[in-house]
Design a protein around this ligand. Sequence first.
Ligand code: BES
Ligand code: ZN
Ligand code: ZN
Length: 518
Amino acid sequence: MSKKIISITFIISICITSKLVFANANIEFISTVPDETNHGVLFVTDFSNLEGQAKEIDQASNGLLGKTLKYHSENTPNQHYLELYAIAEFDKLVVIEHSDSMLSKVELNNLGGKIAKILNNQLNGNQFIVYSQSINADEAAIEAHLALGYKLRSYQFNKYKSNASNDTGSIIFVGDDIEVSRQVYQNDLAHLAEGVYLTRNLSSEPGKTIYPQSFVDEVKKQFKGVKNIDIDVLTLRDMKKRNMGALMGVGKGSIHDPRLLVIEYSGADKKQQPIALVGKGITFDTGGISLKQNSGMWAMKSDMAGAAAVAGSIYAAAKRKEQINIVGLMALAENMPGPEAIRPGDVLETMKGTTIEILSTDAEGRLVLADAVYYAQQEFNPKMLLNIATLTGSAARALSDEYAVVITRDWELSVEMMSIGKQSGEHVWPLPLHPNHFKQISSDIADIKNSGAGNPGASIGAAVIGTFIDDNLPWVHLDIAGVDWLSESTDTTPIGSSGWGVRFMTELIRREAKQDSN
Ligand code: BES
Ligand code: ZN
Ligand code: ZN
């Protein structure tokens, strides 16, 4: 690449955490294709009919590109990409076929993610030019949205691998209006990606290293230097003072005390009520005395994915300088069967002053959230409250990887959440909350019990939390037990922690901020 190109190239490399997970590619934006290029990604709408940039490359290859793609589409019609070597001026050229319709932002993210999926973090130090002229979208910053998808899909959690590669190539987006894309990426989408990375890092980390206080330490480290952020940490002593018996109860079997981490972001006038985001942060869920079975228990290291998503979303909002006030509360505890652990049959007193009979110590998420959502309302008077939790196996069985469960008291709000899901690429689908679900959790000896007789588990879990939320407060309950961890990759998410919720909550925050300014 020429010196001139380098000088107009803005390099954005994200190094997320000192606990290091390095993304291995730089993402760059330039206005003209460099003279000498030997690695490329070419988008085309039809393998059998090359136009524009594709046609030029075809000509430079003396028709070989066109012939190869045509042959490929006739023989492998379901594979819409091809990796080619030694064609025209390229040592390597990846060709990706896409729809010729107007693409949404999420579709652009998915296309960008495909680049990462195909290259699989094997850039080998090379600079890949992305030829994206064939893409049409209702969006000026096409390349920025492709870049976000690339970034999200190229995530790796490799800090525990002794042979992790630190390959550093570049993905270089080229376009006529590239300045717009560069700004949108640099000032906005790169921060969103960082938020997702932070969430995935925290959720991928084993329970041995992430426990309530280390979660707090890690998040504090990430927020160092971020403006308009105020962090408060409630320890056991503070919880005792406030009578948070449910949150304290869950932590009793562990050698690690629980914490309530509170992050306030003030991006708007102090008088504006904040939105409250409350996350379940069980740093490991053994089930407690109601011990889980062995198979798959390891995955409970990510039972704090809700809290991690709250941290990631606020981080992104603060870095994006969104004009809104947000308070994030992360209810952190480790659910272990130690000698002091709570038992089935025990009764806990909550901050609200009501009591909960424990039927299963494995239904612990709703307990930590009960005190956290109550505290959020008492302390911050939010205009809406969203809680996000890996709450029930029932939600995962109902909706699997495709949708998170959303439960509200009001259908319109659920519809709004579905729209946010669609626009963010993190989809939600409603389950009901019926008066009978509240009846099911009435207890013979206490005010409520922490689980019902069985079905419908996701709604019963929501009802327990709902008991601690003012009927008049707009309230969104997200159960992400099915979507927080993927065993199959998608276009924007590798296998493992998905970081689910950061894109969703970021879209919600954008909409709320827009409403505030009107
Ligand atoms: N953390 C689990 C829910 C979960 C299950 C998350 C699978 C991710 C994948 C939660 O604490 C739990 O154990 N819930 C119980 C509740 C039951 C005892 C009422 C469940 O869903 O089985
Ligand atoms: Zn549990
Ligand atoms: Zn749990």
